[in-house]
Design a protein around this ligand. Sequence first.
Ligand code: NAD
Ligand code: DAU
Length: 353
Amino acid sequence: MKTILITGGAGFIGSHVVGLFVTNYPQYNIINLDKLTYAGNLENLTDIEKKENYTFVKGDITDASFINQLFSDYSFDGVIHLAAESHVDRSITNPLEFVMTNVIGTVNLLNAAKHAWSGNFEGKRFYHVSTDEVYGALGETGFFTEDTKYDPHSPYSASKASSDHFVRAYHDTYGLPIVITNCSNNYGSHHFPEKLIPLCIHNIQNNKPLPIYGDGKYTRDWLYVVDHARAIDTVFHRGKNGDIYNVGGFNEWQNIDLVKLLCSIMDKKLGREEGTCAKLITFVKDRPGHDLRYAIDANKINRELGWSPSVTFEQGLEKTVDWYLANEAWLKNVTSGAYNKYYEHQYGQGHTQ
Ligand code: NAD
Ligand code: DAU
């Protein structure tokens, strides 16, 4: 029996990773550590919360003594670290929170793992889940490879880049067995409606404007969250010690085209006349420091580990819309209270209902 610590397992991607590991590996004890910030939600885990090999621990990765205690309470064989502040717009408003969680929190976990494993690294692994945003922005052509120089522009991506450097440094300096993945934009169920796709789904349901930053020509490379969880499973078990893997779907969309596709899917699902939802599209003030384009070269993980996405974007987006339409109570819960305050601050009075 192995004991695996997954951090941030009540969040969007973390809940998919916890679900996959608890279900597919009954021989693993999965400990999910999460602070339950605004982005963490135990309702994301109802499918597996009663399984015998699953334990939830509420706690904060910025609290070093709590983390050290956790590592002595459990004898972890592996760590899959996803806990983070993850939203670029919030990082522009409050950078320090991102430094605390993403940098200090990661270093606390690295210290605890180094101490607990005290030089005996046989069978151990520290897996750091990171983002393509550390590479900065691309022009109209080219891809991010594992060798692309780090060039972060937002406080979020700067904090993730810093955490990546610490993880690499603990490998190079202390021999800690690590792997890192840098993944492109995820979408799917349980995605908090501050991010583009779930925000637009929620606003379409409520006939609210769909805020498109700048001219809408910014480009992202979208991957279905279930495929990211599959990639994490693959790299955790078969990735090479000390290696970095880029994860992405070779699936680039300009924001405006993506939102138009979403509108057309939603017109059909909601029985609205074609073109109705698109009328909600509203161009708004741009995000400061907005990266023009992300595009991941995912050839290494495909070539070396055989991973590739399992669904097309159209299939994944339709599954996503279906999930949100079937789970209105989930959306209602996460958009009550503090969400309205955030929304008003980010988009202004004119955009609230
Ligand atoms: P999320 O914001 O949905 O979830 C983050 C989780 O971390 C939440 O459950 C939250 O409660 C928890 N958390 C936050 N601060 C904590 C703390 N101090 N202690 C313990 N738990 C804390 O984020 P996500 O979109 O699921 O992203 C997960 C990871 O994947 C992040 O590291 C992110 O950088 C990375 N990533 C995300 C994407 C994406 O498109 N969402 C793409 C690539 C990489
Ligand atoms: O690339 C991976 C990253 O993807 C992850 O590391 C981050 O955690 C995740 O939040 C995501 O970052 P983005 O900033 O790309 O995602 P977001 O959904 O916030 O925005 C996607 C694009 O849509 C981006 O170009 C900004 C734009 N946008 C976003 C919002 C919220 C809008 O035009 N309007 C909006 O209201």
